[in-house]
Every structure is written in C-alpha cells, then in structure tokens.
Design a protein around this ligand. Structure first.
Ligand code: CAO
Length: 415
C-alpha cells in the first residue's frame, strides 16, 4: 500500500516549530522531506530545552520525524549551486525564516520559478503584507496579535495565552492545506505557485467565533457569557473564563479529589437535548417541571447557579466515573486530562496518536503521531534525523555529486 504523498519531494528550509510542523505532516503522508540545516549548527531547536546533555532535544525530535537531514550553506559558492539543483529536483519548498532570508541567500521567488516553474514555494511569516510584515514572530506573539489572548483568560484578569500552540502548529497545519491545494492545482496548470500563511491570520481563523461575537455585541449583550446578566460589556469581546464558545452553555466544575489533584475537573455542557437526563442524574428532577429552570431561556440568566448545582454532584465523583455515567445519557462532558494521563492512555497508543520511538542517542521517547488518519495510507513514525545524517546520500543520489565534489564542498564549509 503506497503512501498518499509518495513521489513528492520537499525542500525543507524550516526551523523552530511552525514550518517543521507542516513538513512533518507531509513526511507522515509519505513525502520525501529533505531538511536543510546550517552546517555545524542545525535547527536551533536541536539544542533548546535539552533534557539530556548533547542529545537532540525533544523539541526537535518531536517536530522532525520521518525527515532526512542535509547540512548545507546556500550562502557559499558550492552551497549555492547545490541548493539550485535541489530546487530543480524538488516539488515543494517550505520555509519559515524571517522575511527576506531566502532572498538574501540569492533565491527570490522569481529565480526559484526560473529554475523550476513547477515549484510550490510555501512560507510562514508572522504577519501578512502591511505595517508589521517585517517583524519576527514567535508563538505567543501570534496568539496576542491574532485575537486569542484578548479573548482568553479569567474575566477582568490579564489576557492569557494558551498552551496549545495555535500560532506555530496551527499555522503549520494551515500551510499543509495550502500546499496540498497547490499540488492539486499543479496537476491542471502544470505550474507551481506561492503559498503564504501568516501566523496572525491563522490564529484569527482559529478565533473566528470571537469575531462572530464582536459583531453580535452591537445587537446586545452576549447572553452565554458569564458577564450576563449582572456584569458589564465594553465595546470589544471580553474574556469569558471557561464559558463555552458554542450555542450550549458550558463550564469547568470540580470533581472528587480536586483539593489535592490539580486536574480533578470536568467540562460540562448543558446541551438542551440532554438537559433532562443531566438534571435527573444530579438529583434535580424538580427542574423539569419548573418554568424557572426547564427552558434554556430561563436558565441563561442563572447559569452560575446551574453549574453550582452540577458541581455539588460532580464533587462526589471521580472525573472518569462521571464520564462513565454521563456518556450513556448523551450528556457531553470532558474530563481535564493531564499530559501524564494522555501519555499513558492505551487507546491513543493503539491508534498511533501517541507513539514510542527509538533514537540512537536519546533512547526511547514519546511523540504525537499523525492525528490525520488515512484508510489506505497509514502513517508510521520514524525517529528524527541526526544533524547531516543524510547529506552524502542526498548529494549523491539527488544532486548527482561524486566523492571528490562532496569533499570540495565540505572543505568550503558548504556542507
Ligand atoms: N545556512 C546558512 N545560513 C542559514 C541557513 C543555512 N542552512 N539557514 C538559515 N540561515 C540564516 C538565514 O540566511 C538568516 O540569515 P540572515 O538574516 O543574515 O539573512 C538566518 O539564518 C535566519 O534568520 P531568522 O531571522 O529567520 O532567524 P532568527 O532566529 O533570528 O528568528 C524567527 C527566528 C522564528 C523569529 C524568524 O525566523 C521568523 O520570524 N520566522 C517567521 C515566523 C515564524 O515561523 N515564526 C515561528 C517560529 S516557531 O515559534
């Protein structure tokens, strides 16, 4: 059974997180991803947040699975020629350097097109065209400038960033969609094209419901927000604590053991259809005949009381026990799972979403496998490459250099 992207070759000029996320997904789908790294240095994340001295960090190993590593400096004479040949031989080039870095290497888009008109050139930048186009951007900058931070956090407290890497990984996933669309389009047009994704845009896309709420504000208070009915609304979407972003009110409530276990909580959603079952199970059958409680409209102004009553019940039970009771009743709820629990979750191991990989220098480590499952071309996760592990192999088989030329390039510091 072939892989979905078998035969597609990616020139991977990415570093840190956003770009590597994108190329890792393409690699899981079977593309041949050739990661170009600076000789002797490599992707800076190889050395960041190291848990074991002198061994590639988990930051690197968890974002660069299934790739080949080539060390190459395109700013040297020999490196420039090798890079041009790689452009000619690849289908897609992905990069996420600060604006202008690839141009400064001598490869503006016009030149890339000249070398290979079928090339798809995909970039992540912090911002799109405009006043901030030249800014360098990291994850939390994108969360702040894309609307996530202003709408996340406790009511009337400081803006909050989330642990989910929506700026980096979120943008990388958007870029994958653009690359796949451009590959399909190339089938018809015969030509490559540029694919650009700004981190601010990707975060805003992920915060789409908050822009929805911004417009709703003009027509009255946001009734599902905890500020309603007693708090104040300003002229911008406020932070809403753990309120649900959807049409059914939700909140996080305590479970048994919360005093000592920081993750003993569960997210409860008071979906209209399953509310009678929920009311019964928490001992509030009385609500079902009471017009003060038995409609969503009646409950909305006192959601704090609704969740306080739910919490009285959840505090008597373990979060997984609650799942077991509520799921058969079709009451949507989600236990707050810690990373420790997720790492040990057997069902995630079974589906390949959590995978153990063996690395020659660090030994066994856990990574997140491909969350996108294809029925006919499943992904297998291979360890990340060592720095320059595939330099000679790629230079010989794809660039067509012989031993003498490789030695000369090495002497120049090109590889
Ligand atoms: N050989 C020689 N030089 C190389 C090289 C190689 N193989 N690979 C990269 N370089 C050089 C580049 O040419 C560039 O040099 P110049 O600036 O002199 O042209 C430099 O290394 C990389 O520059 P950078 O500005 O991209 O790197 P930085 O560490 O200063 O900034 C980051 C990092 C992420 C802030 C910036 O790259 C950026 O804003 N990228 C776009 C947004 C993005 O993806 N952010 C997410 C990062 S993940 O949190």
């Amino acid at each position: 059974m072939g892989k979905a992207l078998e035969g597609i070759r990616i020139l991977d000029m990415t570093h840190v997180q956003s770009g590597p996320t994108c190329t890792q997904i393409l690699a899981w789908f079977g593309a041949d991803v050739i990661k170009i790294e600076r000789p002797g240095v490599g992707d800076p994340t190889r050395g960041q947040l190291r848990d074991i001295p002198d061994v590639d960090s988990l930051y690197f190993t968890m974002l660069n699975a299934n790739k080949r590593s080539v060390t190459l400096n395109p700013k040297t004479e020999a490196g420039n020629k090798i890079f041009a040949k790689l452009i000619a031989e690849c289908d897609v080039m992905v990069e996420n350097f600060a604006p202008g870095a690839i141009d400064r290497m001598g490869f503006p888009w016009e030149k890339i097109q000249e070398i290979n008109p079928r090339m798809i050139y995909a970039s992540v930048k912090g911002f799109g065209p405009g006043p901030y186009a030249n800014c360098k951007v990291y994850e939390n900058v994108a969360q702040c400038t894309g609307g996530a931070a202003s709408t996340t956090g406790e009511i009337d407290r400081v803006p909050m960033v989330t642990g989910a890497q929506i700026g980096d990984t979120g943008t990388g996933i958007h870029l994958v969609a653009g690359i796949l669309a451009a590959l399909l389009h190339r089938e018809k047009s015969g030509r490559g094209q540029r694919v650009e994704c700004a981190m601010q845009d990707a975060v805003l896309n992920l915060c789409r419901v908050k822009l929805r709420d911004q417009q709703r504000l003009a027509h009255g208070p946001l009734t599902e927000y905890p500020q309603y009915p007693n708090g104040e609304f300003g002229d911008a979407v406020p932070r809403a604590g753990n309120a649900s972003g959807g049409g059914h009110p939700g909140w996080i409530v305590k479970c048994k053991g919360w005093e000592t276990d920081p993750d003993s909580y569960i997210y409860m959603i008071t979906q209209v259809a399953s509310f009678p079952a929920l009311a019964k199970v928490i001992g509030h059958e009385d609500w079902l005949d009471d017009p003060d409680w038995n409609t969503p409209e009646a409950r909305v102004p006192k959601l704090d009381l609704v969740f306080a009553e739910i919490e009285k019940w959840t505090m008597t039970k373990d979060k997984m026990e609650i799942m077991d009771i509520l799921n058969p009743l079709s009451v949507p709820c989600g236990p707050i799972l810690s990373m420790k629990e997720l790492a040990n979750e057997e069902s995630l191991r079974q589906t390949g979403t959590v995978v153990e990989v063996d690395h020659p220098e660090r030994g066994k480590y856990l990574t997140v496998g491909n969350p996108i499952k294809l029925s006919d071309s499943p992904s297998d996760v291979q360890r990340s490459p060592l720095l320059g592990e595939h330099t000679e192999e790629v230079l010989k088989t794809i660039v067509g250099l012989d031993d003498k030329e490789i030695a000369a390039a090495r002497q120049q510091g090109a590889i």
